[in-house]
Design a protein around this ligand. Structure first.
Ligand SMILES: Nc1nc2c(ncn2[C@@H]2O[C@H](COP(=O)(O)OP(=O)(O)OP(=O)(O)O)[C@@H](O)[C@H]2O)c(=O)[nH]1
Ligand SMILES: [Mg+2]
Length: 224
C-alpha cells in the first residue's frame, strides 16, 4: 500500500513538472518530440538521418538520455544540430524535471523543434510525461513480430510507431505488415511509419513528412 502511494506521488510530481514544461515550450513556440524505444532500436540512427533535412527548415536541438556515455550527443552534433546529454546513472527513463534543467541551456528563443531521445527502454519512459507535443515509439523489426502485443502500454502511449531496420526483415523472418497490424490492434488510431536502409540509402522520408505535418498542424491550431 505504501509503495502504491509513493508511486502515485512520483507520477503526480512529474505531471506537475510536465505541465510547467508544456507551458514553457508553448511560450517559446517550440514543438517537442519524445522518442522512445528499446536499447539499440535505431533511435539515434533515425535522428542522424532525419536531422540534416529537418534542419533546413527548422531550428532544432536534441536532448539525449542514456545511463552512461555522451556517445549519442556526439553523434547528433556531427549532423550540425546542437545536443546535450543527460546521464541517468541507473535510471531507466527521463523525467520532466531533467528536461526543464536542460531546456534553459538550449537558447529556447532560437528554437522551433526540440527532439528528446529517451533512455533505451520500452517500459519506464512511457509513464513519464515530459510535456511533449508528440510521442514516437521506435520498434526495430528484428525485435520480433509480437512486440506490439507484448508491450501494449508502449503502443497505447504513443502517437506513432516507427518500424526501423526494414532492410533486416528478410533475415529475421519478420513480416513488417504483421508488426504494423499488431500495433493497430492495440491502438487503432496509431500512425505506423517505416525507416531503414534501402541499398546504401537510409529511407526515413515518411517520418520526416509526418513530423512536418504535425508541426504545421500545431502552428495552425495556435492561430485559431
Ligand atoms: N541494418 C540496419 N541497421 C541499423 C538500422 N538502424 C540502426 N541500425 C544499427 O543498429 C544499431 C543500434 O542503432 P542506434 O541508432 O545506436 O540505436 P539506439 O536506439 O539509438 O540505441 P540506444 O540509444 O543505445 O538505446 C547500430 O549498430 C546501427 O547501425 C537500419 O535501418 N538497418
Ligand atoms: Mg541512441
Amino acid at each position: 500500500m505504501e509503495n502504491l502511494k509513493i508511486e502515485a506521488d512520483i507520477f503526480s510530481l512529474n505531471n506537475q513538472a510536465a505541465q510547467k514544461n508544456r507551458d514553457t515550450f508553448q511560450q517559446h513556440g517550440v514543438f517537442v518530440i519524445n522518442i522512445m524505444g528499446s536499447p539499440g532500436a535505431g533511435k539515434t540512427t533515425l535522428l542522424e538521418h532525419i536531422l540534416p533535412q529537418l534542419k533546413q527548415s527548422h531550428r532544432i536541438a536534441v536532448i539525449e538520455g542514456d545511463l552512461a556515455t555522451e556517445n549519442d550527443a556526439c553523434r547528433i552534433r556531427q549532423t550540425g544540430v546542437p545536443a546535450v546529454q543527460i546521464n541517468t546513472g541507473g535510471g531507466c527513463h527521463l523525467d520532466a524535471t531533467m528536461i526543464a534543467a536542460q531546456f534553459s541551456k538550449l537558447h529556447p528563443d532560437k528554437l522551433d523543434l526540440l527532439i528528446i531521445e529517451n533512455v533505451g527502454n520500452l517500459v519506464c519512459p512511457i509513464s513519464f510525461d515530459l510535456g511533449e507535443d508528440l510521442r514516437m515509439v521506435i520498434l526495430s523489426i528484428p525485435e520480433g513480430e509480437d512486440k506490439p502485443l507484448k508491450y501494449p502500454s508502449a503502443i497505447l502511449g504513443t502517437d506513432a510507431v516507427v518500424l526501423t531496420k526494414t532492410d533486416l526483415a528478410p533475415f529475421v523472418d519478420v513480416n513488417p505488415k504483421t508488426m504494423a497490424n499488431h500495433s493497430m490492434t492495440i491502438h487503432p488510431k496509431v500512425t505506423v511509419l517505416y525507416a531503414g536502409k534501402e541499398g546504401n540509402v537510409y529511407n526515413a522520408a515518411g517520418v520526416i513528412a509526418y513530423i512536418r505535418d504535425k508541426m504545421e498542424a500545431k502552428k495552425q491550431s495556435n492561430k485559431v
